[in-house]
Design a binder for this molecule. Structure first.
Ligand code: FDP
Length: 341
């Protein structure tokens, strides 16, 4: 029998480490295509600024009693916490005033916020993902996806936001962890920036990140496995075998943090449907699709178990979906197990 090291050292990150000091503003400007108007760059810069403000509030949360629950229940039936509300307001405020967004879809709002006289983009976002981890001081994050408006007459309409992830023109997240990191793609690879709190700038850390071929981790909440589809359970049995890729099980319970670790070191994050909730827990528009978009840009994949998450067209802005996202070989393997039932 082969012996398996339950906690092997993480392999090096597959991406280009930055050798010079490049701020996100400079990087965005340098990567802007020649024909670009600068609207998308400005919108991404506004999201970076929102990330800085939320990071600063998050660091002070314990001191200023922001950790406490707000007592309000959001559209998903979950109790909202103060930081969720703050993050939602910061993002909505900056994007509304920035003039580049015409509609905002937020996890914290039942309805779409239409921006009067807004610009050419629709932004779907989860202001604070993993928020049930807040009061335990565990990593949380902001996830966003950006669509270009397609309607041409009057104000924006549902055809502008009930869209498949394939239509995204950019997506990313800000991770509030041991340091604050912004990771984004605008269709030309995945790039990561670390916030230097001393100077208040996001500085380029890695460009062109890709999933390592040898997976290091699989991240599922195994406590719910008895409720999963048999195919997903068979995948877990397979990955736990000694003759399959040696991967450790690591689950934070903040999708954005689990995804980020697997992006850096190789692996897969999954939140399957259960008997009680066949569509799972994660939301398509502002969690699953942006993460699947980033995964594809990093040479990985995102699936609902049957096909690409990027091809699913939502009927509702808060629609949920099972999620399997990460290294391509593992995502395909899950799809095979699910198909075999
Ligand atoms: P949370 O409810 O804390 O916001 O999207 C919801 C989410 O977090 C994901 O970030 C996370 O992966 C998942 O729920 C955790 O759910 P479980 O506690 O059921 O594992």
């Amino acid at each position: 029998m082969t012996s398996v090291d339950p906690d092997p050292p993480a392999p090096p990150v597959t991406g280009r480490a930055s050798e010079r000091l490049v701020t996100i503003e400079r990087f965005l400007a340098e990567r802007q295509p020649e024909h670009a108007t600068g609207d998308l760059t400005a919108l991404l810069y506004d999201l970076a600024l929102a990330g800085k403000l939320i990071a600063s509030k998050t660091r002070r949360a314990g001191l200023t009693d922001l950790l406490g629950r707000s007592g309000v229940t959001n559209v998903q039936g979950e109790e909202q916490q103060n930081l969720d509300l703050y993050a939602d307001e910061v993002i909505a405020g900056l994007l509304t005033r920035g003039g580049r967004a015409c509609a905002l879809v937020s996890e914290e709002r039942a309805e779409v916020r239409v921006v009067d006289g807004g610009g050419p983009y629709v932004v779907a976002y989860d202001p604070l993902d993993g928020s049930s981890n807040i009061d335990a001081n565990v990593s949380i994050g902001t996830i966003f996806g950006v669509f270009r408006r397609v309607s041409t007459e009057g104000g924006p309409t549902p055809q502008d936001w009930l869209r498949p992830g394939r239509d995204l023109v950019a997506a990313g997240y800000v991770l509030y962890g041991t340091s604050t990191m912004l990771v984004y793609s605008a269709g030309d690879g995945v790039h990561a920036f670390t916030l230097d709190p001393e100077v208040g700038e996001f500085l380029l850390t890695w460009s062109d990140l890709t999933f390592a071929e040898d997976p290091s981790y699989y991240s599922f909440n195994l406590a719910t496995s008895s409720q999963w589809d048999r195919g997903v359970r068979r995948f877990i049995e397979w990955i736990e075998r000694d003759d399959t890729p040696t991967a450790s099980q690591r689950y934070i319970g903040s999708a954005v943090a689990d995804f980020h670790r697997n992006l850096l070191h190789g692996g897969i994050f999954g939140y399957p449907g259960t008997v009680e909730q066949p569509a799972g827990k994660l939301r398509l528009l502002y969690e699953a699709a942006p993460l699947a978009y980033l995964a594809e840009q990093a040479g990985g994949a995102g699936s609902d178990g049957r096909g690409s998450l990027l091809d699913v067209v939502p009927d509702d802005i808060h629609q949920r979906t099972p999620v399997f996202v990460g290294a391509e070989a593992l995502v395909r393997r899950i799809e095979e197990f699910v198909a075999d039932g």
